[in-house]
Design a protein around this ligand. Structure first.
Ligand SMILES: Cc1cc2nc3c(=O)[nH]c(=O)nc-3n(C[C@H](O)[C@H](O)[C@H](O)COP(=O)(O)OP(=O)(O)OC[C@H]3O[C@@H](n4cnc5c(N)ncnc54)[C@H](O)[C@@H]3O)c2cc1C
Length: 456
């Protein structure tokens, strides 16, 4: 019997799962029929590229699409775009779908269901939020809507609410488009995924590129002109002109469809899945990507961390299982990297606030070093912060900010964290060295060594 799989959401998680399921099943001589629906116009796109598309660094949307609907169809997946899944009937094994721009309606039957419905940007419930020109950014359609608006309205002033990585990347893009950009953030420093001492370097970089940074500032309302388009923000510390607003205050799992179907959600609102990505308490429902909660190996708890790196890996694991194989997703350690202007920003594991909340005893060490040997042309400053558990020295977390070639060093520390290494181990691991690449002690090893010293 040919098994019928319905995939809702045709981006990173959904199409990785669908493609991998077909590959795995083919290797086992099994046949699958896969229907993938998405309310948007594109498949397998890189939302991560939206800020660079807005800035004009890359062409879009075609350059941001890893695999088009036609390519997926040629591989045997029945892709239906502009099609929204409105409800799921688990008992009947059906999904009710409808056309976005037409009156198509259909009830799709499934043997296995995949939820890869992503996340949605948080829209604060504030007066004026319904004004035109206030954008959250999550899908390629959202990116296209921002670009259309900039092209038509030609705004001179922009406000980004929230100074997380998406807010910062969008702020830089809007500066590059020639706008006067204000970033409003309620915390004392931007990038709250870092400790505030490193967040301060990010603030200085933002100011350096001409961004008006207003920290410890809450937004109270949005005001629109007579034409219904946003004109300004009202904040705790005054008004800010805004011809366009981008919301960067985070995303929440798009789990309404799942909860309406009676599927279990975690504390962060994400769908609860087991390590094979099957939805808990079900036999034939699977979920992956930004809509699920993921096990954090350092915290020992389920968290919602919406990143493309997890969505792609989870999609592959899910697809392997759907196709008759056996794979597990081992969890995350909280590694992320981004940049604003020429400042690279990276983190993994716990911040001080996380370690405090977990009741851990730890030492924290911050060092300044350079990306190459100090005497070698192009050496740039970088800062590395490391947290290690007291007394044993287990690495708990790390953060890096610095110029070119700084940030990807976090991967060394993420690998150490993954393998529960101590800072003593990290300091003595056989890492490479030559003057064009690092000082003789790589900065991550200097930080680990200093943390080890502090422990003794
Ligand atoms: C600006 C930006 C920059 C980013 N940069 C990075 C980065 O540098 N590194 C990184 O790791 N991650 C980054 N991310 C995050 C990354 O893009 C997401 O984690 C990833 O796209 C999640 O993939 P997904 O398939 O789970 O969900 P999504 O990409 O959100 O896809 C979900 C799909 O489901 C569809 N859908 C939802 N509900 C329905 C429904 N009811 N019916 C039909 N279709 C539906 C949506 O239209 C959407 O296409 C960035 C995100 C943004 C917005």
């Amino acid at each position: 019997m040919v098994e019928r799989i319905v995939v809702i959401g045709a981006d990173a998680a959904g199409m990785s799962a669908a493609s991998q399921a077909l590959r795995t099943a083919a290797g086992r001589g099994r046949e699958l029929e896969i229907v993938a629906v998405d309310r948007g116009r594109w498949t397998s796109y890189s939302a991560c590229g939206i800020p660079y598309w807005v800035a004009g660094d890359v062409d879009g949307p075609d350059a941001l699409i890893a695999r088009t609907a036609e390519e997926h169809r040629a591989n045997g997946i029945d892709v239906r775009l502009g099609t929204v899944a409105e409800s799921v009937d688990l008992a009947a094994g059906t999904v009710e779908v409808a056309g976005i721009d037409d009156d198509r309606r259909e009830r799709l039957g499934f043997d296995q269901l995949v939820l890869a419905i992503g996340a949605v940007p948080v829209r604060p419930d504030l007066p004026g939020i319904e004004a035109r020109g206030i954008f959250g950014v999550q899908t390629l359609d959202d990116g296209a809507a921002v670009i259309d608006y900039l092209g038509i309205r030609k705004p001179r002033t922009a406000v980004v609410v929230g100074a997380g990585y998406i807010g910062l990347e969008m702020a830089e893009a809007l500066v590059r488009r020639g706008m006067h950009v204000t970033v409003v953030e309620q915390e004392p420093e931007p990038m709250t995924t870092l400790d505030p001492d490193l967040g301060k370097s990010v603030r200085m970089a933002m100011i350096g590129m001409g961004i008006d940074v207003r920290t410890e500032t809450g937004v109270e309302a949005f005001e629109a002109g007579g034409d219904g388009h946003v004109r300004r923000l009202v904040t705790e510390s005054g008004e800010v002109d805004a011809d366009v607003v981008v919301l960067g205050i985070g995303v929440r799992p798009a789990s309404e469809l799942a909860s309406a179907a009676g599927l279990p959600l975690g504390a962060g609102g994400g769908i609860r899945v087991d390590d094979r990505l099957r939805v808990r308490g079900t036999e034939n429902v699977w979920a992956a990507g930004d809509c699920v909660e993921t096990f954090d190996r350092v915290r020992g708890a389920y968290v919602h961390v919406p990143l493309g790196t997890h969505a792609n890996k989870q999609g592959r694991v899910l697809g392997t299982n759907l196709g008759g194989g056996d794979a597990t997703f081992p969890g995350i350690v909280g590694t992320a990297v981004s940049k604003i202007c020429d400042l690279e920003i990276a983190r993994t594991g716990l911040r001080e606030v996380d370690a405090d909340a977990a009741g851990l005893e730890y030492v924290a060490v911050t060092i300044e070093s350079t990306t190459r040997s100090g005497y070698y042309p192009g050496a740039e400053p970088l800062t590395v912060k490391v947290l290690a558990e007291r007394p044993g020295g287990r690495l708990l977390g790390a953060q890096i900010v610095g110029k070119e070639d700084a940030a990807k060093r976090i991967d060394v520390l993420a690998m150490a964290l993954w393998n529960e290494m101590t800072v003593m181990d990290v300091a003595m691991t056989d890492l490479s060295y030559a003057p064009p690449f690092s000082p003789v002690w790589d900065p991550v090893q200097i930080a680990a060594r200093k943390a080890a010293d502090k422990l003794t």
